[in-house]
Design a protein. Structure first.
Length: 293
């Protein structure tokens, strides 16, 4: 073997060792790092870790006590595609938090304290495929256009939250959606929810744990599964009227009656005036004839 042949493996080992040492130096304390991955699971972190390598593709922050994700620090990780933040204390306002990680494909925010999802929460994640926001018991509102920009979204899980309503257009306009978790929520199955239930029965989306997608209110529909609820709501909403509907119909009827009465009164006055005018004209003509004779 030539001298150069002996030195080549040695040089590779030295280069590899220097690379590993550099990687260990750049790895945040209390975290473990390997090629393009930083794992900080279960380290009782209170804040977003510092000194994360800028070429990180996968960041795992699960099972910590982080209550805030800094948008600026996240934006340094421009190549990030996988972010796992489950089981933390994230809550309230996440708007514009992910503005700098547009390549993100996988995002797990389950088991946190999220309260709402607005258009600005995930609107910059144009490549997002998997989004898990389940097990956020304080999540009570998702805006109807919250996922309008997430057209690649394939997997969405909102199970076990405080949601009582979800607008049909929120998920209906996601062309690649194939998996939607909805179980164990506090669904309010009124007439406004009928369109969403109908969409569920007609779509090609898979609903895992379908037996636990049930109504919570009203009392008469509690624990009923969605297919049974659809038939019941069709009967209640399309064949029966609520109190406000009767009030509205009575107002319409009164308006029609009043308008008819006023129209008849005006017609009577016009007829009377016309009759008086014509009678007066006839009398004047008779007087003229008598004067002529």
């Amino acid at each position: 073997m030539s001298p150069s042949g002996r030195l080549q493996p040695l040089s590779l080992m030295i280069f590899w060792g220097m690379g590993m040492a550099s990687e260990r130096i750049n790895c945040p304390s209390s975290c473990s790092c390997q090629y393009l991955e930083v794992n900080c699971t279960g380290q009782q972190l209170l804040e977003f870790p510092a000194a994360i390598p800028l070429d990180t593709r996968q960041l795992i922050l699960a099972a910590n006590n982080i209550s805030y994700l800094p948008a600026v620090e996240l934006s340094f990780l421009a190549d990030l595609v996988y972010l796992d933040c489950r089981k933390n204390l994230l809550g309230d306002d996440l708007d514009f938090t992910f503005i700098g990680v547009a390549k993100l494909v996988y995002l797990d925010l389950s088991f946190n304290n999220l309260t709402q999802v607005t258009f600005s929460t995930f609107s910059h994640l144009l490549s997002l495929v998997v989004l898990k926001i389940s097990d956020n018991p304080n999540l009570v509102a998702i805006e109807k256009d919250a996922f309008a920009n997430n057209t690649w979204l394939r997997h969405l899980d909102v199970s076990r939250t405080g949601l009582t309503f979800l607008d049909t257009s929120t998920v209906q306009n996601l062309p690649n959606l194939r998996f939607l978790g909805l179980s164990d929520n506090l669904w309010h199955c009124n007439c406004s929810f009928l369109d969403f239930i109908t969409w569920m029965t007609e779509s090609n989306v898979h609903f895992p744990d379908a037996d636990n997608i049930t109504c919570y209110t009203p009392e008469g529909l509690r624990a009923l599964k969605m297919p049974a609820v659809e038939a019941q709501l069709h009967f209640n909403c399309l064949t029966q009227l609520y109190k406000q509907d009767y009030i509205f119909l009575c107002l319409i009827g009164f308006c029609i009656f009043f308008a008819g009465t006023v129209a008849a009164w005006l017609a009577g006055i016009c007829a009377f005036i016309y009759k008086v005018y014509t009678s007066k004209g006839e009398e004047e003509e008779e007087e003229e004839e008598e004067n002529t004779v």
